[in-house]
Design a binder for this molecule. Structure first.
Ligand code: ADP
Length: 624
């Protein structure tokens, strides 16, 4: 038997669990029972679909017993799929999910103490080390001959050796530490199992020693007897009728399947009868799953066929943009042995998926109408995935447009497009928005000065994804969405006075244009600026500065250089004074500075900072 070191991330995780979850230490039982239940699910599926397993004598159950001797022990046995040597090594020596490691590295010191955050990624098996100073896992894989024993003290290493075990399945023995000693008690265990695992679909038996008294008076004798009792209801919760379930039932079930310590934000339980028969139970976690923005995120919805678990690893069950959903789809109309390929093209499943998406979105709409506070909690976590839906789910686009929220120059917090429309001025020509990297910069951008002054609301779009998604919206209820980063938009405000001013500054505009040459696409008189002397915008069909930066970041290094249009504020003091200047070199310096400051405000890079500084110094010398 050789000792093997845990992978660093396991040691890290163990350390985290022990130091941040100690006040929730009882969850270890939920995690172990949930693993046992998964193992039973997997074997049940095989015995029903795979000829190699059909002959197997399968008595699905979970047994829990405790020993109260010198060293207190808690022993949990399941008759599930079991693990062989390689499984033990891979499952209990590393963290299988690659995302977990990255996630651990991004946590700050404070976050590492946040039990909910740590609980979020399913601490699983390792949580047993909160209550035990040694753990043994004895396991025999169904259909195989050999059994193996995995042992660890949860410090740095573990060992695996061959061992004896009669029947397949897994027995986990916890050698309880001081913190865990309370779990060698019938009542504590019974309460915990009821609380966390009542709705586990397999029976959970608790073994205990019962003491009774027999006889009368002096003949009275103590009688000790080992009893085994089933403690959970062992029925699939989602199959029960809503009226038989309390909010607490729903919440506890969520904690088991979602590996979350917090209650869910929302649950949606649907039973469909008729042409298609299915049950769905969906949950929205309060906090977005840690791997929501990772390509290898874990699917959160499990598929059952007539209560029999089929898979928890099928991302196509729900559209990608709803990947934060947790829960269950249970269909009566699918064959048990559906392959992955069939699953993905199956009509029954497609129909269930479409109906489920509609249901979830309509429940969200109800929430937004009936409980705004809770809805905003939802938006803070999930606004961005909903926006992804705008370009991936065209069928539900109209509903999504009602659900998505925006920051705005007019209101604190968030607004909907519907509310924006209500506030629009009578002659307003569109729904205006500005895109860019950072909310603060956008709120102070010269591009929106004129709008703010005229009391016209501008939506602030600082999500990275906005640059791609928002232009695809086009119109909302017949009102066009217009980017203020683009050149044409400001013409919406053109007045007769503007035309006069335009005429007046025409000669100066020409001079600036000549000075800047091919550094700009055009120089125009601005109708939107109020306090700033200049700004840059993108030509109607050109990508904005932010879009160009994004394309670059995505590796499109040789995308053609796009030059901006420079807008000049004719009423600004600098511009008014510049009209009277005749020194051409000086006009050139000022023209460049007008362009360069506008670029800086937009977050664009200056190609030749040295020349910018020289110019600035020449002008400063002149001014002093
Ligand atoms: P998770 O359950 O989130 O995958 P765990 O750390 O709890 O994480 O478990 C890791 C893996 O070990 C499981 O995915 C499963 O493959 C295996 N495993 C754990 N407990 C059992 C068990 N009782 N029977 C069979 N396999 C198990």
């Amino acid at each position: 038997m050789s000792k093997k070191k845990f992978k660093t991330e396991v040691s890290q995780l163990l350390h985290l669990i022990i130091h941040s979850l100690y006040s929730h230490k009882e969850i270890f039982l939920r995690e172990l029972v949930s693993n046992a239940s998964d193992a039973l699910d997997k074997l049940k599926y095989l015995t029903l679909t795979d000829d190699n397993y059909k002959k197997l004598k399968f008595d699905p159950r979970i047994d829990i017993k405790f020993e109260d001797g010198d060293k207190k022990k808690l022993i949990i046995t399941d008759t599930g799929i079991g693990m062989n040597e390689d499984d033990l090594e891979a499952q209990l020596g590393t963290i299988a999910r690659s995302g977990t490691k990255n996630f651990l590295n991004t946590l700050s010191g404070d976050e590492k103490k946040d039990a909910n955050l740590i609980g979020q990624f399913g601490v699983g098996f390792y949580s047993s080390f909160m209550v035990a100073d040694k753990v043994e896992v004895l396991s025999k894989k169904a259909g195989e001959e050999k059994a193996f024993l995995w042992i660890s003290d949860g410090e740095n290493s573990y060992s695996i050796k061959e061992a004896e075990k009669k029947s397949f399945g897994t027995t986990i023995t916890l050698f309880l530490n001081d913190e865990g000693s309370e779990y060698s008690s019938r009542w504590t265990l019974e309460n915990l199992i009821k609380k966390y695992s009542d709705h586990i679909a397999f029976p959970i038996f608790l073994e205990y020693e019962d003491t009774t008294w027999e006889g009368e008076g002096d003949d009275r004798k103590e009688k000790k007897e080992i009893k085994v009792e089933q403690v959970n209801a062992a029925s699939a919760l989602w199959k029960k009728s809503k009226s038989d379930l309390t909010e607490e039932d729903y919440n506890e079930f969520y904690k088991t399947i979602g590996h979350d310590n917090e209650e869910p934000l929302l649950y949606i339980h649907t039973k469909a009868e008729g042409t298609l028969e299915y049950t769905t139970l969906f949950y929205i976690p309060k906090k977005a799953p840690f791997d929501m923005y990772q390509a290898d995120y874990k699917a959160g919805v499990k598929l059952y066929v007539s209560r029999i678990f089929i898979t928890d690893d099928e991302k196509e069950l729900m559209p990608t943009y709803l990947r934060f959903l947790r829960g269950i789809i249970d269909s009566e109309d699918l064959p048990l042995n559906v392959s992955r390929e069939i699953l993905q093209q199956n009509r029954v499943l497609t129909n269930i998926k479409n109906a489920s998406v509609k249901k979830v979105l309509s429940e969200l709409q109800k929430l937004s109408e009936n409980n705004q506070e809770k809805y905003i909690e939802f938006i803070k976590e999930y606004n961005r995935p909903l926006k992804e839906g705008l370009y991936s789910d065209f069928t539900n686009r109209d509903t999504l447009l009602e659900l998505i929220r925006f920051k705005s120059t007019e209101v604190e917090g968030y607004t909907s497009l519907a509310a924006y429309k209500e506030r629009m001025k009578d002659d307003q020509k569109g729904i205006y928005y500005i895109t860019g990297e950072n909310e603060d910069t956008l709120r102070n951008s010269p591009l929106i000065e004129g709008y703010v002054k005229k009391g016209i609301e501008v939506l602030i779009m600082s999500d990275e994804i906005d640059e791609i998604v928002i232009p695809t919206i086009g119109t909302y209820k017949e009102t066009e969405l217009k980017s203020v980063n683009k050149s044409g938009t400001a013409d919406d405000f053109k007045t007769e006075a503007d035309e006069e001013t335009e005429k007046k500054v025409e000669p100066l505009i020409k001079k600036i244009k000549d000075a800047l040459g091919d550094r700009v696409k055009d120089v125009v008189v601005s109708k939107r600026l109020s306090d700033s002397p200049s700004c840059i915008v993108a030509d109607e069909n050109d990508p904005t500065v932010q879009m160009q930066q994004m394309l670059k970041a995505m590796g499109q290094k040789d995308a053609p250089e796009v030059v901006p249009i420079l807008e000049v504020n004719p009423t600004h003091e600098i511009v008014e004074k510049l009209e009277k200047v005749s020194d051409n070199e000086f006009i050139k310096d000022i023209s460049f500075l007008l362009l360069e400051q506008a670029m800086l405000m937009e977050g664009a890079e200056l190609k030749k900072p040295a020349e910018f500084v020289k110019r600035l110094n020449r002008v400063m010398t002149k001014a002093l």
